[in-house]
Design a protein around this ligand. Structure first.
Ligand code: FAD
Length: 507
């Protein structure tokens, strides 16, 4: 017997998860399938910024920048645990974009959308700005402005969780094999990649949110021809031990006119990225090249007192941007805006394909997707609802993370403050579900190192679709950077030994 749903969504990256949440909340029966883990691909490989994209102003992308700027404060409010403001320092020197141009760009950035919580840009001198301790003495002046940080893969998981809370069926490690129209519905064949079992589903409409695979899904799985394509542009990041103190990040201009970010990361590290390299291979196996590593090291070393070399790299990651192909001449100039393509209606099942997009604009993209799709399905659009509805764990009074952390510490006075801080950042108010009625570390079950306990593992399995060590250590958390050697093996072994029990069952 085939399942029967309104909407079948292909892809558990940010766009698929965001559309699933919005659609389920509007009352649709939704099935989301992701061939790997949630956020396995591009949506865990970003620079992790909720940003307007200062440099996109140079390409006159005013629509995109405005929408993105508006989203910053909305997302900050609905997920204050995984999204927070970050100050960016832009050092300026002769030979770069002229100061008047940067000032004009920042003026637009400040005024294209309403700001309540984020600071306005300003001109600064080094010193007194503490970036002086990091920058070479040649850099005496610059600018600062505010954008936001986001835990990208957790944003995907939270959207999937909220979709499920509204009734969506979310299946990870489940691949769309093929789909064909049958009168007014899609008949799709799915494969569970862990068991190899096949199943069928019928759907009134399908969303192709397969990111870098959007073209492959259209041609190989649906047998469609389309003129629209994505242009795959690889971007890589390196992680090095912390290069500087201070809560600010740097945006550094390169002689090739590109910019590179250096961002405080996970307490002990600095994240440096990114590159823009045209890519034509398999999107699931992208890796950084020695040239990219050297480029990123040089970008930072040009500005910082500390010289960074490839030997300093602790970890790296790469992803493929699935950009809408607007036939721009170079990789950095390809539009970062998204295009939604809808087919169907008049007795044909509907199909919406997503080309391009940013983490930052995923929520608006989902609203636009449903505005386009629902009329083709002959359904009312309903009321957009995601702008003011907290994501799981984000329901903190006044969206005030610090106040919530204090309240959590009062609830669990005997647990280490660093653990409470990490859990509050990751899970927000759901940290209390992770911890249950535990009083001491021993109450949280087996300790896997780096503060990862069986209670947390159990929560991740029960509520966040974690199935393998990498899901836990790299996508649900960044514990891979902190745990001792051997933890990954122990977590993998524990996950194979079902079932992992939830917190209260240890007491
Ligand atoms: P994906 O995250 O790739 O999701 C698509 C999913 O579809 C994949 O998980 C895949 O496994 C699945 N899939 C494919 N085929 C099938 C099938 N047959 N069956 C089932 N599932 C399937 N944006 C920002 O806003 N801020 C940033 O700072 C930022 N930095 C970036 C830096 C880099 C280096 C890169 C590469 C991107 C960056 N972006 C940033 C852009 C952002 O990351 C992407 O636009 C976004 O993650 C794309 O999400 P997606 O859901 O479209 O694709």
């Amino acid at each position: 017997m085939a399942d029967n749903v309104d909407l079948l969504i292909i892809g558990g990256g940010i766009n698929g998860a965001g559309i699933a949440r919005d659609a389920a909340g509007r009352g649709l029966r939704v099935l989301l399938v992701e061939q790997d883990d949630l956020a396995s691909h591009t949506s865990s490989a970003s620079t992790k910024l909720i940003h307007g994209g200062l440099r996109y102003l140079e390409y006159y992308e005013f629509r995109l920048v405005r929408e993105a700027l508006q989203e910053r404060e909305r997302l900050l409010t609905i997920a204050p645990h995984i999204i927070w403001p970050l100050e960016f320092v832009l050092p300026h020197a002769a030979g770069q974009r002229p100061a008047w141009m940067i000032r004009a760009g920042l003026f637009l950035y400040d005024h294209l959308a309403r700001r309540q919580r984020l600071a306005a840009s300003r001109a600064v001198r080094f010193p007194p700005h503490p970036a002086a301790d990091v920058l070479k003495p040649d850099y005496r002046r610059g600018f600062t402005y505010a954008d936001c940080w986001v835990e990208d893969s957790r944003l995907v998981v939270l959207n999937a969780m909220d979709a499920a809370a509204h009734g969506a069926d979310v299946r990870t490690r489940t691949k769309l094999i093929t789909a064909r129209p049958d009168q007014a519905v899609w008949r799709a064949d799915l494969e569970d990649r862990r068991t190899g079992l096949r199943s069928s589903v019928t759907a009134r409409a399908m969303v192709n949110a397969a990111g870098p695979w959007v073209g492959e899904v259209l041609s190989a799985k649906l047998g469609r021809n389309t003129e629209k394509t994505v242009r795959m542009i690889k971007g890589s990041h390196i992680i090095v031990r912390r290069l500087f103190e201070g809560a600010f990040a740097f945006i550094l201009q390169n002689p090739d006119q590109r910019i590179v970010f250096a961002i405080p990361y996970e307490g002990d590290f600095t994240l440096i990225g990114t590159t823009d390299i045209p890519y034509e291979g398999d999107p699931s196996v992208v890796d950084i090249t020695p040239d990219e590593t050297a480029y990123l090291c040089e970008s930072v070393s040009r500005y910082f007192r500390t010289h960074v070399t490839p030997a300093d790299v602790v970890r790296s990651y790469s992803g493929v941007r699935p950009l809408y192909d607007d036939h721009a001449a170079n990789a950095s100039a390809v539009t970062r805006d998204y295009v939604l393509d809808v087919e169907g209606g008049a007795g044909q099942p509907a199909l919406l394909s997503v080309f391009g997009g940013k983490i930052t604009t995923y929520r608006k993209l989902a609203e636009h997707a449903l505005e386009k799709l629902l009329p083709v399905m002959a359904l009312p659009i309903g009321t957009p609802w995601t702008a003011n509805s907290a994501l799981p764990g984000g329901d903190m009074p006044g969206a005030d993370f610090d106040a919530y952390l204090r309240a959590l510490a009062a609830l669990y006075p005997s647990l280490p403050p660093a653990l409470l801080h990490r859990l509050a950042r990751a899970y927000g108010t759901r940290a209390e579900r992770v911890l249950g009625t535990a009083r001491t570390m021993a109450d949280l079950g087996e300790d896997f190192g780096g503060g990862l306990t069986e209670a947390e593992l159990a929560y991740l399995v029960a509520h966040e679709w974690a199935r393998e060590a990498e899901d836990v250590l790299w996508r649900r958390s960044k514990l891979a950077l902190h745990v001792p050697q051997g933890t990954a093996g122990r977590v993998a072994a524990r996950l194979r030994r079902e079932p992992v029990k939830e917190a209260t069952s240890f007491l």
